[in-house]
Write a protein that binds this ligand. Sequence first.
Ligand SMILES: Nc1ncnc2c1ncn2[C@@H]1O[C@H](COP(=O)(O)OP(=O)(O)OP(=O)(O)O)[C@@H](O)[C@H]1O
Length: 318
Amino acid sequence: MLMWHPHQPAESGCMIAVENLTKRYGTFTAVDAITFEARPGSVTGFLGPNGAGKSTAMRMMTGLTPPTSGRSTILGHPYASLPNPARHVGVMIDATAQHPGRTGREVLHLIGMQIGVPKARVEGALQLVGLTDEESKRRVRNYSLGMRQRLGLAGALMGDPQVLVLDEPANGLDPQGIHWMRQLLRAYADQGGTVLLSSHLLHEVQIIADDLVMIGRGRIVAQGSKADLLGAAGTRANSVDNAVLAAALQARGVEVTGDRTGVVAKTDAETVGRAALEAGVVLTELRTSGAEGLEEMFLALTAADARDSGPAAAKDAA
Ligand SMILES: Nc1ncnc2c1ncn2[C@@H]1O[C@H](COP(=O)(O)OP(=O)(O)OP(=O)(O)O)[C@@H](O)[C@H]1O
């Protein structure tokens, strides 16, 4: 596999910094004072339901939409102040926006000319995203959505950037394509690159991301390392007497939910273990609630923000 080597940042620290970034359309607030950072060598998943404000935030970060207030920097500078930004930041916001009458190869040639990279880079970019020579000669109007995504990613990689900002890059990819993309982005981050990618699918992001920023109706509802967020999702336990275990936990002020497969406690494993010990209940299972817990948390945190939660969907307010 062809590899590339994103340059290490001159100084360690965040490559993308977003501070109180806000976008209002009339009285409707699409992005509401969001603040987060993305680190080099990591993949940051920007997660939220449809209409949460992910694309709007990414458009502001990459100079496509002016913010109402707040600021964002990439490599310490506002995107628009970066000299030849595509050499530093690869952006894929709308993969369907490519010119339908051009071939994939032509699209990449043009990008190369605009940003001043050698023509030979086109071959490398095509190989990186797995578009064949024959496919690269087809017109974009005949591309499947997955092929457009691959072409969009190739365009973003043309400048050999240190930072990638990708809006729903897995959209339209089949399971193999998603697997391929994960490997590509993981390798890119492992070599020091910084990736910010958005998705409305928790599972998709959870597999690849090191850090997560969860957004709902324009606001950040949770953020942190994936490990911390998985931990915060609680502990799943099973015992010979779950009713006694649940009561022991509640007596300690721990919030408990449960189903026929066991007890889920909003606390760490040690606290559950101690409660079981004191109550004299034998534990048969004890683990962090993990992925299921994170999904429950994501749904709960964004429930008030989801369009299905009430008639007054955000979009209608715009
Ligand atoms: N130009 C605009 N004028 C008015 N409202 C807008 C404009 N652009 C976006 N919005 C609104 O801002 C909100 C956030 O939209 P955005 O596209 O950023 O969401 P998203 O999280 O990317 O959603 P999705 O996952 O569906 O792509 C939506 O309610 C949208 O209708």
